[in-house]
Ligand binder design. Sequence first.
Ligand SMILES: *Cc1c(COP(=O)(O)O)cnc(C)c1O
Length: 219
Amino acid sequence: MEVQERLQDVVSRIHAAEKAAKRPKHAVSLVAVSKTFDADAIRPVIEAGQRVFGENRVQEAQGKWPLLKGETPDLVLHLIGPLQSNKAAEAVALFDVIETVDREKIARAISAEMKRQERTLRLYVQVNTGLEPQKAGIAPKDTVAFVTFCREELDMAIEGLMCIPPVEENPGPHFALLAKLGRECKLDRLSMGMSGDFETAVQFGATSVRVGSAIFGSR
Ligand SMILES: *Cc1c(COP(=O)(O)O)cnc(C)c1O
């Protein structure tokens, strides 16, 4: 299959999952995760009509997206990997959405950069639903307080929550936990689900899914 057929296949599966979950068509948006693929590999996916992409490294994204954004101005770029404070300026300049706000220090750095650059990004708080030590994200029990801190202390609008369930676990309970935390925070956007489990995520209320290898092939 060509990359464009794989994209179409993923889009069809999202629509089928929306229908099966009795959710409205287009309730779920697709973030095409293009990490490790270069501009030439990404262009056919843009040409097929996909506009929303995700990258997990600031430096890697800087090597391809200024060019691609120049060619297609309505692209929307999500940062889905951990952000270090010393990369906040570059991240705020390049990305439209940061999905990995997960601690006070980085929230402060993003807030300061958005003011300095007069850019408003859409922001998600990453939750470490599996409490995995090697994984980024705020602990579930601290999520409401952290979202409140972002809103009240930093005057930052948070759009939703994001999670990456532990690889070897059934993702359903993690998606359910993220949805519950979303309700507690009065947030209705949930970024959850990847190539292996996006249909399950749609069933649990995902409003965006981050799909890489099912579109671009294995990395
Ligand atoms: C790589 C990545 C994805 C996409 O993973 P696939 O299994 O290739 O679909 C989604 N989310 C995050 C945070 C990632 O780093």
